[in-house]
Design a protein around this ligand. Sequence first.
Ligand code: SAM
Length: 233
Amino acid sequence: MAEKKNLLPIEEPPELAQARAEMVEKQLKRRYINDPRILEVMGRIPRHIFVDERMQDAAYRDGPLPIGHEQTISQPYIVAYMTQALQLPRDNSGVVLEVGTGSGYQAAVLSQLAERVYTIERIPALAKRARQCLDLLGIDNVEIKVGDGGYGWPEHAPYDGIIVTAAAPEIPAPLKAQLKDGGRLVIPIGPRWQQELVRLHRRGDRFIEEELAPVAFVPLIGEHGWDEYQFYE
Ligand code: SAM
């Protein structure tokens, strides 16, 4: 069984610690995020370090926030919901692929619930900042790569869980192929305003598909995603 990973302590104002505790109570517990591991981890990870210093006071609000380059850090509830939907092995032994590193916050949450996390970001400046945030917390089981995540990361496949945090027109075939037997892929599918969060559960050569909830994400850009112009048209 994988050990619980300790984060390096950071100094933080008490009001931010308080805001984080309230986020867990009001935004997660009250909306049926009931996996105690996810509640514990999100109660521990300082989300505010993943956003720009000027926006730290807003880091625990019930919504997404801009992180530059026209990208966002997802709403805390959505991070929790997608993490819960992955149903990762309960002994934290899983290997996870994330497409769309963004701020690195979702990867930090996953790092505490899996053995290893591989995450791909297409914008180099975001990947660099995400690495700095993870390093600040001493998180050393997350590997970040710059590239088009629609192709997945075959070298480390198969994955117990694959989470795509940007919207695609359909499920990228390479990601399906890199899912472990029994693993789950969670991805928003659809155009700008009307995406559906979809979960795919692999059973041998069969893929069981479920629609989970309506969502609004920025686009997955690239070969297996949208071209920017098409999405924002
Ligand atoms: N998971 C992130 C977090 O915790 O902050 C939020 C991700 S943000 C909603 C979506 C991210 O996907 C953006 O940073 C965007 O640059 C990235 N992205 C879009 N298309 C991509 C692609 N083809 N490959 C990798 N990353 C992509």
